[in-house]
Design a protein around this ligand. Structure first.
Ligand code: 26Q
Length: 763
């Protein structure tokens, strides 16, 4: 179903009720929204066979206008029609607020999956919450992160209010969850739906002083924020309230839809596949068992039905991110689920007589282990990269693996090339098209055809020019957005991701301090660098915020010192989100993926940078391992301890950061600089910087110090290679692009579908 330019003009005119030239940008934006709604509705065909429900606390979907226009195949026509009338599509794109429905990789993965499902004509809908103020908007005022509500909802919004509501009982009180529907367009494919639930009674005016609000008033606060501060009991209870609202309304929606399509409950697994995205939606298991019970289905059969219907994805091995809830919290919020969870716990203990304390659901301290419930009572548990799945099977979840080897499987993550190439890098897309045609847009493996061009001078020249143009564009965007000037001729190194100690932004920080000293001593780098960061720290994660503060302070120290700023610029991009990522990633020369080996489940930013022609500087962690496998050692910069070495250190508890500090004068110098006079003279807050230094010296849980020297050596090698042989750098960038096809989320979805969901391609 293609839409012609004439059709588009006519529709737009009809919606506007006046000429395009005479309409305001706001009117035009609204009209395009309606146009997309109409065209995409037409591609929402009735589902035959099974439908997937991807339940997730996050959907980091990014702005939708351009994405939808591209997917509907009308981007160029709309742009041209507007231009003919003196309007620019890019101005309208600017008007859109980015939906604030996610935080990081897990949420962005969900968004990429929805795109791939629709593109591949597979019936797969999302289920989540309609947060009013998102995670938060990050402001960088006086050298620290401050959080404000990210009020992204406007009258002109993609998520449409419906008259469907479901009753959800929270702590014995009934609430009404209202459904909002957002169309997910596939690239030349079908339209699926992202179902978002909300309460009509939410009151944004209760937010005071940043992002604080009365955590007890559920009717008013339930969907205000994603991951509300859970450092106190009310915050933790609120998270359970949120999760249950999502899964209870979601489960009712699923049952409703399935019944409408002919399901008799006993055969639910033929009508629905439910993917549980990490443990946040785990309560869908007992909730479905409860609802099936209400329909007259016996407990054992309900358990069997739910197990066959549900599958679970694990995204982390970090102990603190594996959710366990004190039983008394669940007793309070969801007493209706507790008898079911207890029953499931008894079954689990029956099944594993060898280590019931490890694999049981309710432990001796009366904590409820959500992941354990998922593994016992779904038919599939998957990790998100080869190494991650291996670590789950061999160490983190080994007792479960012994119990259910057939349930475990790997699904290496992927990204949608529609957003992360076609939309964010039209220059590169165009270059690729002129070389290998357009087939790669739906069949990413065709990118390997670019390998024929790795020694084609014209192609290399063009690729270098594209990178330069993207870097200049990023520099202009940054100047406009936050008033910083960066040198587009410098080498751009980017580390953008959630701020977390395991991701080791602090290692990058120590490198920059080291280089500061080196430059002061006359040892200048091989090339000028711009080191760019983008990261939000969870509001209650003190050390993460201290790392941001140290970076911001260091950036002032450097900017203030002409000797150093001639060689290094440090830029912190405020409020990193999908929109910022789309500007930053195409402009990157070196992609920093420097997590402590074994800790990054997969990473997906690494894939986006690779696809856009950056080389990777990384540890052998997550999907970096698979990137290295594909591009070969000459085309990636790997450093640092292996996951085995790291896991051994943890097992033996033999890592002592202070020993490393005492033994290495360069490291000592860099760490000591954190609390130096220079830092304090540039707005450094003594308390915060000392806290960070102490953390590193006395704990350094994520083993920054052992990789310090290897990181410096490898990074400086990369900078040197970039400086001395730019042709070869571009050649290797092209090799990276050509090998990125495997990391398309279309491949990931195909594999989920073949091995877990078994959905039928829709006509
Ligand atoms: C848990 C408990 C209490 C409060 C919050 C949380 C919480 C919130 C968010 C735990 C985890 C998250 C988000 C995790 C996440 O984004 N994980 C990333 O998932 C990506 C997709 O699989 C991977 O590529 C990344 O490696 C992984 O870090």
């Amino acid at each position: 179903m293609a839409f012609t330019k004439e059709q588009i003009k006519e529709e737009l005119g009809g919606i506007l009720g006046r000429s395009i030239a005479g309409a305001t940008d706001e009117e035009l934006y609204g009209a395009l929204l309606q146009l997309v709604q109409k065209f995409s509705d037409e591609k929402k065909t009735p589902v035959t066979g099974k439908k997937l429900y991807y339940i997730s606390a996050e959907f980091l979907i990014g702005k939708l206008l351009s994405n939808n226009l591209i997917n509907l195949g009308i981007y160029e026509d709309v742009r041209d029609i507007l231009r003919e009338n003196g309007k620019e599509l890019s101005d309208l794109e600017e008007m859109e607020n980015e939906p604030s429905l996610g935080n990081g990789g897990l949420g962005r993965l969900a968004a990429c999956f929805l795109d791939s499902l629709a593109t591949m004509n597979l019936p797969g809908d999302g289920i989540g919450l309609r947060y009013h103020c998102g995670l938060f908007h990050q402001y960088i005022g006086s050298g620290v992160q401050t959080e404000m509500p990210d009020k992204w909802l406007t009258n002109q919004c993609w998520a449409k209010k419906t008259d469907k509501t479901y009753k959800v009982t929270l702590a014995g009180k009934e609430y009404e969850a209202r459904l909002y529907e957002l169309n997910i367009t596939g690239y030349e494919g079908r339209t699926n739906t992202l179902n978002l639930f909300d309460l009509d009674t939410i009151d944004e005016s209760i937010i005071k002083d940043g992002i604080n609000f009365d955590k007890k008033d559920i009717a008013k606060n339930l969907t205000l924020f994603l991951y509300p501060d859970d450092s106190d009991e009310d915050g933790r209870l609120l998270r359970i309230y949120q999760q249950y609202l999502m899964v209870s309304a979601g489960a009712q929606l699923i049952l409703d839809e399935c019944v409408k399509r002919g399901c008799n409950y006993h055969d639910l697994a033929d009508y629905a596949a439910i993917q549980i995205n990490d443990t946040h939606p785990s309560m869908v298991i007992p909730e479905l068992i409860r609802l099936l019970g209400e329909k007259g289905i016996e407990f054992d059969e309900a358990v069997d039905i739910v197990t066959k219907t549900c599958a679970y994805t694990n995204h982390t091995i970090l102990a603190e991110a594996l959710e366990t809830w004190p039983r008394r919290f669940l007793d309070k919020v969801v007493p209706q689920l507790m008898p079911i969870i207890e029953h499931l716990d008894r079954i689990a203990r029956e099944r594993d007589k060898n280590h019931p304390e490890v694999t049981g659901i309710i432990d001796k301290d009366q904590r409820v282990h959500m992941a354990n419930m998922d593994i016992h009572f779904t038919h599939s548990t998957n990790g998100v990269a080869k190494l991650h799945t291996e670590i789950l099977e061999k160490s983190e979840l080994k007792d479960f693996y012994a119990l259910y080897p057939e349930k475990f499987n790997n699904k290496t993550n992927g990204i949608t090339f529609r957003r992360w190439l076609l939309e964010c890098n039209p220059r590169l897309t165009n270059m690729i098209e002129t070389r290998i045609g357009t087939g790669f847009k739906k069949n990413a493996d065709e990118l390997t055809k670019l390998l024929d061009y790795v020694d084609d001078e014209e192609t290399l020249q063009e690729l270098a020019e594209i990178k330069q143009a993207n870097k200049t564009a990023l520099a202009q965007w940054l100047e406009k957005k936050q008033g910083v000037k960066i040198d587009p001729q410098a080498m751009f190194l980017i580390q953008s991701k959630r701020l977390h100690e395991y991701k080791r932004q602090q290692l990058n920080l120590l490198y920059l301090i080291h280089e500061y000293y080196e430059i002061k001593a006359g040892h200048v780098p091989a090339h000028k660098i711009v080191s760019i960061f983008g990261a939000k720290a969870a509001p209650a994660y003190i050390i993460a915020k201290d790392i941001i503060h140290a970076l911001l302070t260091l950036s002032k120290v450097i900017a203030d010192d002409p000797d150093v700023s001639a060689w290094i610029q440090l830029v912190f991009v405020e409020n990193y989100n999908v929109t910022a990522a789309e500007k930053m990633i195409p402009a990157c020369d070196l992609s920093e993926q420097i997590s402590l080996a074994s800790k990054e489940a997969s990473g997906t930013g690494n894939m986006k940078f690779m696809l856009n022609g950056a080389l990777t500087l990384g540890t052998m962690d997550g999907a970096n391992v698979e990137i290295a496998e594909r591009v070969g050692n000459d085309n990636i910069y790997i450093f640092g301890e292996s996951s085995h070495q790291v896991i051994d250190h943890y097992a033996r508890a033999d890592y002592c950061s202070r020993d490393w500090y005492e033994a290495d004068p360069n490291l000592k110098r860099a760490v000591d600089f954190l609390t130096s006079d220079e830092m304090l003279a540039h707005g450094g807050i003594k308390e915060n910087l000392e806290r960070l230094k102490n953390e590193l010296l006395n704990k350094d849980w994520f083993q920054t110090f052992p990789d310090f020297n290897a990181y410096i050596v490898r990074k400086n090698q990369a900078i040197c290679d970039y400086a001395v042989n730019s042709r070869d750098w571009t050649r290797r960038a092209l090799i990276n692009i050509a090998n990125a096809g495997f990391f398309s989320s279309d491949r990931t979805i195909e594999s989920y579908n073949k091995e877990i969901w078994h959905l039928k391609e829709q006509a």
